[in-house]
Design a protein around this ligand. Structure first.
Ligand code: LLP
Length: 423
């Protein structure tokens, strides 16, 4: 459930009319709803209530400081995959003791920064990375609490680009090697093995792969304990999908049941790293229709948002629901159009032959479910500004990231001396 609804014919984010924000801030702009963020976090946390659970929001889904802070104030920890994300989480008020540092290629500087900050756990993804973490920690006179990320070789049955738990993927350590790696690590100064971690992919719409991966990893976890390793943490990663259109997805409560059934009896801390399910439906991207173009075979709606603002359709064939900001009449005819941005690539297409009510230049549309991996994946391609982000809270709203302009971008560039025009 989210808090974007039509009221008196105008789309609202909670109690604020979306067209009012668009007028004040300009388009394209991202708008997030606090009530939706809060609701989604609570529903997820409730789904694992009763377990010794630490819910670490995956900052990669949405790194905005105000978004992270909203979640941190509800008790969320953070899952981070770079030094930059760790700085964001800390700056937003997430205690280091609730931060898990994941990621397949941590640099020496990132490992040192994580140890200095005192993060809860570093998830190690390979043997050379183990050596690196141990060396950095020992050099600092510290002991890093680490979990090994296991590759359970389970097909998440999601888009190939966001599948991470198959043997051929770059993530984690093969199950068959873990025993040996853990015994080696147990003898190393600088590290203490506290648990296992996994993450099999993103936007999973079926619970069966989660169950399979959790069960396989639990068997390994119990075996390691029998070997004498006192493991106390089990990190299940993230990945629960959300409905982008009409299709059904499992509820957090059903996911929680799988976690409980497979891992409930382990007597250890369960770390969860949800991203999309917390923020996905809490954000919209508002864009203005620039032109309605009658093409040779179809009509195009050319909008002022583009693939640099929202790359998911181009990269993952994602189909985000698009709604007019002014509520269309119930009986208004729907006609198929291609919704496209102004960037010079055919891939800059948000929807193909999407049935939409009549729209004209100057009308506003909203892309739904873009709170996760929307602004976070935006770029300045085609020298386009980065869209501003707005957070709504009841009747109030605030710009929580200003538009990052072309001047901002150019201010970091210089012309070398040999190209300077002589005075
Ligand atoms: N933990 C780890 C180790 C991850 O790699 C990820 C996501 C998560 C947690 C959070 O997964 P979530 O709950 O959000 O599914 N850009 C893609 C999604 C990439 C996900 C990468 N890893 C998209 O827009 O669909």
């Amino acid at each position: 459930m989210d808090h974007f609804r039509y009221r008196a014919g105008r789309l609202h984010a909670e109690d604020v009319a979306v067209d009012r924000i668009a007028r004040e801030v300009g388009t394209p702009c991202y708008i997030y709803s606090t009530a939706t963020l809060e609701r989604h976090f609570r529903v997820f946390a409730d789904a694992v209530a009763g377990l010794d659970a630490l819910v670490c929001f995956a900052v990669k889904a949405n790194g905005n400081l105000a978004v992270i802070r909203t979640l941190a104030s509800l008790g969320a920890g953070a899952d981070v995959v770079s030094g930059g994300e760790m700085r964001r989480a800390l700056a937003a008020g997430v205690p280091a003791s609730r931060i898990v540092f994941s990621g397949v290629g941590k640099t020496r500087a990132e490992i040192a920064a994580a140890l200095k900050a005192g993060v809860h756990q570093i998830n190690v993804e390979s043997e050379p990375e183990l050596d690196r973490v141990a060396e950095v920690a020992a050099g600092m006179g510290r002991t890093a609490e680490i979990a090994f990320r296991v590759n359970p070789d389970v097909d998440a049955r999601t888009h190939a680009k966001i599948t991470t738990g198959k043997r051929e993927n770059k993530f984690g350590i093969e199950m068959g090697r873990i025993r040996q790696v853990v015994s080696g690590a147990a003898r190393k100064p600088g590290v203490k093995v506290v648990g296992l971690a996994l993450h099999i992919g993103s936007q999973l719409v079926d619970l069966a792969p989660f169950r399979e991966a959790f069960e396989k990893t639990r068997t390994l976890f119990e075996g390691l304990r029998r070997d004498g390793h006192p493991l106390t943490r089990f990190d299940v990663g993230g990945g629960l999908g959300i409905p982008y259109g009409d299709h059904e997805t499992p509820l957090p409560a059903e996911y929680g049941k799988v976690v409980r059934e497979t891992l409930g009896g382990l007597g250890c801390q369960i770390i969860l790293e949800p991203g999309r399910v917390i923020v996905g439906n809490a954000g919209i991207l508002v864009s203005e229709v620039l032109y309605v173009k009658e093409g040779a075979t179809r009509n195009f709606l050319i909008v002022d948002a583009a693939m640099n603002d929202l790359i998911r359709p181009a990269l993952y064939d994602a189909a985000h629901t698009i709604v007019p900001v002014n509520e269309p009449a119930e009986l208004a005819p729907r006609a198929p159009v291609d919704v496209v941005g102004p960037i010079c690539e055919t891939g800059d297409t948000f929807a193909v032959q999407r049935p939409l009510p009549p729209l004209a230049a100057g009308d506003l549309v909203a892309f739904r479910s873009v709170g996760a991996y929307g602004a976070a994946m935006s770029s300045m391609y085609n020298a386009r500004a980065l869209a501003p982000e707005v957070l709504v809270h009841g009747r109030e709203f605030a710009v929580v990231r200003e538009r990052i302009t072309v001047d901002d971008m150019m201010s970091r560039e210089t012309v070398p001396p040999w190209l300077e025009v002589p005075a």
